[in-house]
Design a protein around this ligand. Structure first.
Ligand code: T4K
Length: 371
């Protein structure tokens, strides 16, 4: 069998470029607790992403949990079932009740038209996800939040370097946005994450919370956690940043090649492109409709048998996992669009090191079933 192709592969710059960064860490013996690379990466990411303040974390999940803590969110939070489990888990870790709302059939992001009906006297916030890096309808969500005095925390784990239709960073919407820099993400620091916030006061509270609540050697102002990013991860991020534009460019080429190769395939529908928004092509989700000869799961298996390991992100829906399915809002009848998407979406391999031949190989397997 030919070389396996996985849904993603981390972007790794040449190793020799990383050695000088490690040498500095060995020299100064500063391994963590807000060292020089940590500070440099926060500043560099603010500039690159076009955001005012950013707090680095050791992963995106701790960043989500801390984001909720920082705004003292309680009660119920409206969110999407069509995401990675960490979105809803961050609510449970804060003793918050998730309330699931169905998604929009075009973007697969939370459907703003269905949010109002889910608001109760206990609702304090909305946690939407820019799924696959496709921007949510941020204006509609903000209108609802303003009307009902709710906070908005975006799970922007997939949305590194994504802009809205006005060309501004998508991360500047809502009260906070949370990024993931996990190995599988467009921009990775092995493990890592960040909270983007609009003002210095909030950033300071987040910085306290991610360092046990310490303000100085003897003052603890909150029951904080250890969410700090280490110097090795931060150094890797600085190096990664030098390469990220080229990686994003390559992803755009792969996206275009998939779209061209699948355009005339009956029963395969790619999610729509947003020419006015700068997307990051973090995933390549496609919908396997009923007029394709195979079901989504059959196509998934068929690709696997050829050594191509796509993924059914996001199946099962979060609302179908045992710790959520008893919630009234988790009933599949209330989530018809998300339920269908979880049955029909397949994410094809997408990463910068994918060759043109790899892409052709994937397309060929999908086309093979048409004969
Ligand atoms: N919110 C959203 C919307 C998220 O998608 C995520 C994470 C989070 C929050 C939480 O952020 P973090 O706490 O993770 O920073 C992966 C990732 O583990 C997870 O970070 C990500 N979302 C999720 C969508 O995907 P799996 O279970 O699919 O990972 P895994 O290990 O099966 O990896 C997928 C493929 O990637 C493998 O088949 C091979 C390749 N791979 C993976 C790793 C880890 C490599 O080649 N090298 C590697 O080191 O969850």
């Amino acid at each position: 069998m030919s070389r396996p192709i996985y849904v993603t592969q981390p972007y790794l710059p040449p190793l020799e470029e990383f050695i000088p960064y490690l040498q500095k860490i060995w020299d100064n013996k500063l391994l963590t607790n807000g060292g020089p690379y940590h500070q440099q990466l926060e500043a560099a990411l603010c500039e690159y992403l076009g955001v005012k303040h950013l707090a680095l974390f050791s992963n995106g999940t701790l960043a989500l949990i801390t984001a909720l803590q920082s705004l003292r969110i309680t009660g119920e939070v409206i969110t999407t079932p069509y995401s990675f489990v960490a979105t809803a888990h961050s609510l449970l870790w804060n003793g918050i009740k998730p309330v699931f709302v169905d998604v929009d059939p075009v973007t697969l992001n939370i459907d703003p038209a269905k949010i109002e009906a889910a608001i109760t006297p206990h609702t304090t916030a909305i946690m939407p996800v820019h799924v696959y890096g496709q921007p949510c309808d941020v204006d509609a969500i903000q209108r609802i939040a303003d009307h009902y005095n709710l906070r908005v925390i975006y799970d922007a784990a997939h949305a590194f370097a994504v802009s809205d239709e006005r060309g501004n960073s998508i991360l500047n919407h809502g009260d906070l946005s949370v990024l993931s820099f996990h190995a599988t993400k467009v921009f990775n620091t092995f493990e890592g994450g960040a909270i983007v916030c609009p003002d210095a006061k909030t950033k300071q509270r987040i910085d306290h919370l991610k360092n046990f609540g310490f303000v100085d050697e003897v003052t603890v102002v909150a029951p904080g956690i250890n969410g700090k990013m280490s110097e090795v991860n931060a150094a890797f991020g600085l190096l990664q940043l030098k390469h990220v534009d080229a990686a994003l460019q390559r992803r755009a080429e792969i996206d275009a090649a998939y779209r061209a190769g699948l355009r005339d395939v009956k029963g395969i529908r790619c999610l729509s492109e947003h020419p006015e928004q700068r997307t990051n092509h973090s995933y390549f989700p496609m919908i396997v409709e009923s007029d394709y000869p195979l079901s989504r799961d059959e196509l998934y298996e068929s690709l696997k048998s050829e050594g191509i390991f796509g993924r059914r992100y996001f199946f099962p829906l979060i609302s179908d996992f045992p710790m959520y399915r008893g919630l009234p809002s988790a009933h599949p009848d209330l989530l018809p669009v998300a339920t269908q998407a979880a049955r029909k979406v397949l994410c094809l391999p997408m990463y910068a090191a994918l060759t043109d031949a790899d892409v052709e190989r994937v397309i060929a397997v999908i086309r093979k079933s048409l004969r």
